[in-house]
Design a protein around this ligand. Structure first.
Ligand SMILES: O=P(O)(O)OC[C@H]1O[C@H](OP(=O)(O)OP(=O)(O)O)[C@H](O)[C@@H]1O
Ligand SMILES: Nc1ncnc2[nH]cnc12
Length: 185
């Protein structure tokens, strides 16, 4: 099954440019107002009540920013390491190996309060390195993840199944319906 073109999946996935290298290009969805608004509507239809939207640098900001502006919820960034203009003592940081590359993400500690209900957003979840780093930081700071929203959750990785078992995941490619009750349209 090709999750990007299979007809019962969200129609706008067919706009993803799969000829792009080294990564597929999801920007055609954002460039098409009808596609982008359908994606946002699908996410809003499926997520539980939340207090904050946390999104991952960089393309996750496009999706998370639009969701936050539409819902009136605070937008909180998880930035690539070294980019937040605050002293290290105010930052929660996670580093990880993304294949042969060392990477890191950071969030400002006082942006998450104990008990905050958080919707975590990124545009793409592959091996899950970045989303797991963000989840760990948010939960360490006392936030509760009420949902994860993305355009694409890789269907073949064990980490995707683990995520979908533990959290309510909205993925436009509807991976979860292969294993669980479908939460997508
Ligand atoms: O699940 P993973 O294997 O961790 O990969 C997914 C991540 O990779 C990309 O981020 P990246 O920082 O590479 O690119 P960007 O700056 O273009 O968003 C993408 O935006 C996800 O955040
Ligand atoms: N846009 C993308 N296409 C393919 N693999 C990816 N991994 C992270 N982002 C990706």
């Amino acid at each position: 099954m090709d999750v990007l073109t299979e007809p019962r999946k969200s129609w706008y996935l067919s706009l993803v440019d799969r000829t792009a290298r080294p990564r597929y290009d999801v920007f055609p969805i954002f460039a098409n107002p009808s596609a982008f608004s359908s994606l946002l509507a699908n996410i809003n239809q499926h997520v539980e009540a939340h207090d904050k939207i946390v999104a991952i640098d960089a393309i996750g900001f496009v999706l998370g920013g639009a969701l936050a502006a539409g819902s009136g919820k605070p937008f909180i960034p998880v930035r690539k390491i070294g980019k937040l203009p605050h002293p290290n003592s105010n930052l929660e940081t996670r580093t990880f190996d993304d294949w042969d590359e060392k990477k890191g993400l950071e969030i400002k500690r006082d942006w998450i309060n104990k008990g905050d209900r958080v919707l975590l957003v990124d545009e793409w979840i592959g091996e899950g390195f970045q989303i797991k780093a963000a989840l760990d930081m948010i939960e360490t700071l006392g936030g509760t993840i009420v949902g994860i929203a993305c355009v694409y959750l890789h269907p073949d990785f064990e980490s995707s199944i683990e995520l979908a078992k533990k959290y309510k995941v909205f993925a436009a490619n509807c991976l979860v319906c292969k294993y669980f009750e479908c939460r997508c349209t």
